[in-house]
Design a protein. Structure first.
Length: 159
């Protein structure tokens, strides 16, 4: 199975990069895991709503151009459904059983995801009702993907 995180923006802090790299290394036992970072569009410090809308649309088009065909698409968005680690593991397992070789988790930019991306999504996932920095959310997602595969393979990581 190919599991990809497709995200807007790059990790800046070394400790966050190191954490993601550690989970990528752990995941290599279970799947082909990758992170694709796309450049974010810059705005002024106080952008108008039309500028924000343009950024969301432009980033959305960039994301769409990188989505593999026939992939299970999971978007991280605030209005999404919350799942336990076990439920996420079950979702990944079900995708595999149903013939999906590619699962793509999409993390938008700081202004969110376009409606086009959300419409393509098979699952809208919310990590919490709390707000997290995008960079930290990526580390948390890497950890949850690893935890899911560990659960599915009977590992001791998940207690």
């Amino acid at each position: 199975m190919n599991v990809q995180i497709l995200c807007i923006g790059k990790l800046k802090e070394k400790y966050l990069k190191d954490a993601c790299e550690e989970y990528a290394k752990r995941l290599s036992r279970y799947c082909k895991f990758s992170v694709t970072e796309l450049d974010e569009y810059k705005t002024s410090d106080n952008p108008s709503q039309s500028q924000i809308d343009a950024v969301i649309e432009n980033e959305g088009e960039k994301i769409i151009s990188k989505l593999p065909k026939n992939a299970k698409i999971i978007t991280l968005c605030i209005e999404g459904n919350q799942k336990s680690s076990e439920q996420l593991a079950d979702y990944i397992s079900e995708a595999a059983v149903n013939g999906f070789c590619d699962i793509v988790f999409v993390i938008g930019g700081s202004w969110g995801l376009s409606d086009k991306i959300k419409a393509l999504s098979d699952l809208r996932l919310s990590m919490s009702k709390m707000t997290f920095p995008h960079q930290l959310a990526r580390v948390m997602l890497c950890e949850q993907i690893y935890r899911s595969f560990n659960i599915l393979n009977g590992g001791k990581y998940h207690k």
